[in-house]
Ligand binder design. Structure first.
Ligand code: ADP
Ligand code: MG
Length: 351
């Protein structure tokens, strides 16, 4: 409703994860590069974690756009309330296999012959599990067993587990130690810092069509408030900015002032976060048991763990380049009409 008043073509702060809005911070770039590299190099298991609203699903969507162009087949699971059998049904169905009414062993047979067929054609197949922190241990164990589908050289199925930091804790558990050992790459998303928050807001405004009013609309002192209330979490930045625009519009103001941000933050009770009893107990336990530097701690710098050495860095930068191309491409398709990238012929190996 405020679009005409602020001379915008679309809403800048939608909360749906739209790849064309990607603001590539260093962390987001590195995480996307790690996911892409892990899949393209058939690393098997890749894990990405990050707090609620930091951009995990957005990166998954960016990755799937990239993979679409490489003729990579994927199953995307985002419902974590499935039993092990339902999970297999869902995965097989998402790969387009006839799954209904099949037993577990029939499903596994079906899946393995599908994976072997794709492998023979030198095609990559990926399973992406979003919200994986909710998965019960039995389903995670089922996922591990899927990585047993392999040739003597490599895994037939690439698996990406994406979830909140609780996923890291889950993977630290004794029952899942086998799965943890198979993780080839891990990356973590973090909230944005003040500078990034500034860039993020300006970028979204520009992508929404703001021309020279982006800086007047959100002056630096307003952005500082947004940062303080949102703690740099992109989803909260969007919520605050969207509602601030509505309020400023209601007041017919061409500038979002810092006090508007305070009001919106108060309405959304942003300063108030009461940890659940379970979270308090878990934090106490972690404090007592974990020392810095032990496995399961955050990867310093957020880079892929396994990607050290010059050759791996080269790979990562290649992937970052591809990411930037994707970004330009998406901008191009936006301005030239809403078409999704068509799957190009069989993927070239070794990009
Ligand atoms: N780097 C980024 N660039 C642009 N938008 C982002 C970025 N990171 C997060 N967002 C936006 O923040 C919101 C929350 O992101 P989402 O991927 O749903 O978070 P998560 O899955 O981690 O909870 C979405 O609107 C998404 O588009
Ligand atoms: Mg998500």
């Amino acid at each position: 409703m405020y679009k005409i008043f602020y001379d915008l073509k679309r809403n800048p702060f939608e909360i749906t994860p739209d790849p064309s809005f990607l603001f590539p911070t260093r962390r987001h770039n590195e995480a996307l590069a790690a996911l892409y590299y892990g899949v393209r190099r058939h690393k098997g298991f890749v894990v990405m974690t990050g707090e609620v609203g930091t951009g995990k699903t957005l990166l998954v969507r960016c990755l799937l756009e990239l993979l679409n162009r490489r003729n990579v087949a994927y199953a995307y699971v985002f419902n974590s309330l499935l039993s092990p059998l339902e999970f297999l049904h869902y995965v097989a169905g998402d790969f387009g296999l006839a799954a209904s009414g099949k037993t577990k062993s029939e499903l596994l047979l079906e899946l393995s012959s599908y994976l072997i067929g794709r492998h023979q054609k030198k095609l990559t197949t990926v399973l992406v599990v979003d919200e994986a922190h909710h998965l019960p241990v039995e389903v995670l164990e089922e996922i591990r067993l899927l990585t047993n589908l392999e040739t003597s050289q490599e895994k037939l199925l690439q698996i990406l587990l994406v979830g909140q930091p609780e996923l890291d804790e889950k993977l630290d558990s004794f029952e899942l130690r086998q799965l943890k050992q198979r993780i080839a790459l891990r990356s973590q998303l973090e909230p944005l810092n003040l500078e990034e928050t500034k860039g993020y807001i300006q970028r979204r405004l520009q992508l929404a069509g703001a021309t020279n009013n982006a800086a007047t609309l959100f002056p630096p002192e307003t952005i500082a408030k947004v940062y303080r209330h949102s703690r740099g979490i992109p989803r909260l930045i969007n919520t605050v900015c969207e509602n601030a625009l509505i309020t400023a519009f209601a007041r017919q103001s061409q500038t979002v002032t810092p006090d508007v941000i305070d009001e919106v933050a108060a309405d959304f009770r942003l300063g108030i976060v009461r940890p659940t009893l379970a979270a308090v107990l878990a934090a106490k336990r972690a404090g007592a048991e974990r020392r810095p530097g032990e496995p399961g701690d955050a990867v310093e710098g957020g880079g892929p763990e396994g990607a050290n050495g010059a050759e791996s860095n080269e790979e990562v930068w290649q992937a970052v380049k591809t990411l930037l191309q994707l970004h330009d491409y998406l901008q191009g398709t936006r301005s030239g009409g809403e078409q999704s990238p068509a799957a190009s012929g069989p993927e070239g190996q070794g990009t």
